[in-house]
Design a protein around this ligand. Sequence first.
Ligand code: FAD
Length: 269
Amino acid sequence: MATVTALRILNPGFVSVTYGAGGSSRARTVELTKRIKSELGIESMAHVTCVGHASGELRALFGELEAAGIENVMALRGDPPKGETAFVQAAGGFRYASDLIELLSREFSFSIGAAGYPEKHPEAPSIEADIENATRKVRAGAEFLVTQLFFDNDAYFAYVERLRAAGVDVPVVPGIMPITNYEQIARMTKMSGASIPQRLLAELAARSDQPEAVAELGVAFTALQCSDLLARGAPGLHFYTLNKSPATRAVVSALVATQAIRNLAVSPA
Ligand SMILES: Cc1cc2nc3c(=O)[nH]c(=O)nc-3n(C[C@H](O)[C@H](O)[C@H](O)COP(=O)(O)OP(=O)(O)OC[C@H]3O[C@@H](n4cnc5c(N)ncnc54)[C@H](O)[C@@H]3O)c2cc1C
């Protein structure tokens, strides 16, 4: 709550709350999503995954969210719980996010979001197969996609172009992870399959024994990445804050400053 309060000044369109692998954080996801909306007055969205739940349990969870006045759900398959390497379909549960989206569309009235992968999902055999999956999720009822983190803007725009060619016309919101920590970025890129520009990686590596210098370069890179995304037509930005506020605040402040400078440039003397 302290982090969301610190981010409030950025006037986010919504704040989303992740769902722990294996449903371990289920109660906390519902509670936090509810409190962000009722106590801070910020639109909120609950992530829900298929991991470890039979369909009846998922129905009950959606009922709980509905009763709490939550209007938005990010519907995901989920990653395997800690210590496991492959996703296992729960008994009586769902195998894919599209199954969850079908249930949501059929029985509830949430606004539904789904995940997209500019550099393909690590388990997908090809980018084409993954585009087909995104198409399936939108046909099932997803109204917007939020992407996996990426550092290569061309990969994002190529992904959007492929989706449009496949007839998918929903907003595709770039998922942005501000770089603040060398080890963390190495781990995240390995896990997500996101590529990182060689030059950036080399500059970060050169600073790896100076955490502050890594964060300074990381924030500068992310601010310019976001500015380029918006200038080239991205419909907004979704920040993976990892429950921390300073880097996201610095990045958005840079974007606000850019707008202020542009306004200065066009305002009459
Ligand atoms: C914005 C965002 C938020 C996230 N939030 C969370 C979170 O809160 N908690 C969490 O645990 N994880 C979260 N994740 C991670 C996500 O759970 C993993 O990336 C997971 O491995 C895939 O989830 P998905 O919803 O994209 O799955 P799916 O869309 O089901 O895809 C999973 C794989 O199955 C393939 N596939 C799908 N349908 C079919 C089919 N019919 N036939 C053959 N292959 C198919 C896809 O191509 C893909 O390779 C998030 C990811 C993103 C991008």
